[in-house]
Design a protein around this ligand. Structure first.
Ligand code: C2E
Ligand code: CA
Ligand code: CA
Length: 578
């Protein structure tokens, strides 16, 4: 009963206790249990190796450190703890008096110092509670910015501290880091026309919005009246930063409603990366600041990198994504169709729908050049639905033109499986189009299902129940074996063109193709070989009883009207031969 009462009123705090002596550990625990405001959830660690492992892989809210545990130097160990412990408060304990040790401990990262001889329930309990409480406040200031912004409180020290810690982590883990400095354009006129309170409200709303588009690990802080800083850790490549910039710009661009007024604001972003632009927090901020001032020269919400090369790369990526968005709206996308021919009857059984982009500059952009950008930005989701819609429309047209059994195969990207409404949306599209779903086939690769296999399987089953069939694309390039996939509703396997094109050049390709065909057939799946270009490849596939082929040998992907002519020409020839 007492325990139950305890757990209802006391806050549970996860505490790591670093001390070489078990008796000392038990003593600390008994003191902490006596403190009626917290419910200590303690872990004992008496040695350095375990300590490193625990700190990296477990989350603690407070670290109680008996200075007797160190790797040679107390100060060195404390600095290590404050960097590796993700800024969690450290309470240092040792035999010397408070006046002797406290300054040194605080300078090197401890939240507080207590003399072991003077410890009791009150002193230890109070120190743990205060450290824990201060950390919660700092976290929420960093995370939600709520109280900080509302009160107009701007914490530059906290910011420098965070940046310093992040830089140390980046250095230790040899990863990149990016600092974004955001300054609102013409914030003064907001303050002057609507008052300072509204100005603060605006900052608060923007902070909330920015928080939503950032990852949990990214730190967002208000560092000036009209300024934010964002620390982005563990940057893999320039693409990562580009993605964040895109989301931040989007978040800033939408109008903000404060006090009934809809405000359209613009901002300037400066980006400096570690290690390229500097390795101290002061240099990094100065350079991000300089880049931000350069961005001010452009109109609208704009960004600049301190590093010119990064600026060019990111610019190219973002422009491609913006152009693609326009392409979808402006009907610049088009489907090409590549026939799939039955090896026994020589009839065209189906077509694969392949995207092309009629770029305003007059060129025809192949999918390999824009699909990765569409996947990164998430645009592949609406584009993918457009492709299915278009395919359904053509399916009806084909039937009306005398090709009622033509199968239409559409490619699905892994990213489309991130859309939780995928089956629902596809269902709506085919329902509206009123087509025979048995003529619709979706091609997907093994990797498309890797992200969330359970969800992917559910999608496949649901769509399969509607009559849609599935083909496994690029087969042979992934890792799974066909037998792993037999519980999925897959009725067709497409042998990757790299194997077909190796035919004749390597014996391996022949073995692989033979094995895929015989295994697929034993699992009641049909086989299509892709990339067939020569008579020799065709002959080999025919001998191996491959069901269908697709490739330049018969036809390249072509626009719709050309496909119709192609089909009519083949029908005419077939009639002549009969
Ligand atoms: P994929 O699904 O493997 O499509 C087959 C690719 O092989 C097509 O390239 C096609 O033009 C090419 N191909 C066909 N026959 C031959 C041949 O005999 N020789 C050679 N060398 N190549 C041949 P394409 O049209 O450039 O498409 C490239 C990839 O883009 C596709 O590979 C597919 O992964 C992706 N893609 C195309 N359209 C879409 C789409 O609507 N949605 C999604 N998510 N991806 C698409
Ligand atoms: Ca395909
Ligand atoms: Ca393929």
């Amino acid at each position: 009963m007492k325990d139950m009462m305890d757990s209802m009123t006391r806050k549970s705090v996860r505490i790591l206790i670093l001390t070489p002596e078990h008796t000392d550990y038990l003593w600390y625990v008994s003191l902490l249990r006596g403190c009626f405001e917290i419910l200590p959830d303690t872990t004992w660690c008496p040695d350095l190796i375990d300590c490193d492992d625990l700190i990296r892989n477990t989350t603690f809210e407070v670290i109680v450190w008996d200075c007797a545990l160190h790797g040679g130097s107390e100060v060195g160990f404390l600095q290590y703890l404050s960097v590796s412990g993700s800024g969690k408060p450290i309470l240092a304990l040792s035999a010397e008096t408070e006046s002797e040790r406290t300054p040194e401990m605080l300078i090197n990262g401890a939240a507080d110092y207590l003399r072991k001889g003077g410890l009791d329930v009150w002193s230890l309990g109070r120190a743990v509670r205060c450290a824990w409480y201060a950390d919660q406040v700092a976290d929420s200031a960093n995370g939600r910015l709520g109280c900080e912004v509302a009160s107009g409180f701007i914490n530059r020290d906290l910011f420098f501290d965070r940046l310093q810690q992040a830089l140390l982590r980046a250095e230790r883990s040899e990863t990149q880091l990016a600092l974004l400095h955001i300054n609102l354009d013409d914030f003064r006129s907001v303050n002057e026309s609507l008052g300072y309170q509204m100005g603060d409200q605006l900052m608060l709303k923007l902070a909330e919005r920015l928080r939503q588009v950032l990852r949990r690990v990214d730190a967002l802080m208000r560092i000036g009246g009209d300024e934010f800083a964002i620390i982005v850790e563990r940057v893999e490549d320039s693409l990562d930063i580009t993605q964040i910039i895109r989301k931040v710009v989007q978040a800033l661009n939408d109008p903000v409603v404060v006090g009934g007024n809809s405000l359209e604001i613009t901002a300037s972003l400066g980006v400096a990366t570690y290690p390229e632009a500097g390795d101290t927090s002061e240099t990094l901020l100065r350079r991000a600041n300089r880049a931000m001032f350069e961005a001010k020269l452009d109109t609208g919400t704009s960004y600049r990198f301190y590093n010119q090369q990064l600026h060019i790369t990111a610019g190219r990526q973002l422009k491609l994504e913006a152009d693609l968005r326009k392409a979808l709206r402006g009907r610049e996308l088009e489907l090409y169709y590549q026939p799939r021919v039955d090896l026994v009857t020589e009839e065209v059984r189906g077509v694969e729908c392949l995207l092309r982009w009629n770029h305003p500059d007059g060129t025809l952009v192949p999918p390999d050049e824009f699909i990765p950008a569409a996947e990164r930005s998430g645009l592949i989701v609406p584009i993918g639905y457009w492709v299915i819609e278009q395919a359904c429309e053509r399916l009806r047209e084909a039937a009306a033109l005398g090709h009622p059994d033509l199968v239409f195969a559409v490619n699905l990207s892994f990213r489309q499986f991130h859309d939780r409404k995928m089956t629902e949306t596809i269902f709506r599209i085919i329902y509206n189009a009123n087509v025979d779903t048995s003529l619709l086939e979706l091609e997907l690769t093994e990797s498309a299902m890797m992200h969330d296999p359970e969800y992917a399987q559910r999608c496949l089953r649901e769509l399969n129940q509607l009559g849609i069939s599935f083909a496994l694309d690029d087969f042979g390039t992934g890792f799974s074996s066909l037998s792993n996939l037999q519980h999925l509703p897959i009725s067709l396997v497409k042998i990757d063109k790299s194997f077909v094109q190796e035919l004749g050049a390597s014996g391996d390709a022949e073995h692989i193709i033979r094995a895929i065909i015989s295994l697929a057939h034993s699992l009641q799946m049909s086989v299509v070989a892709e990339g067939v270009e020569t008579e020799g490849q065709l002959e080999f596939l025919r001998q191996q009883h491959c069901d269908e082929v697709q490739g330049y040998y018969y036809a390249r992907p072509m626009p719709w009207h050309q496909l119709i002519e192609f089909l009519e020409e083949r029908n005419r020839l077939a009639c002549l031969q009969q």
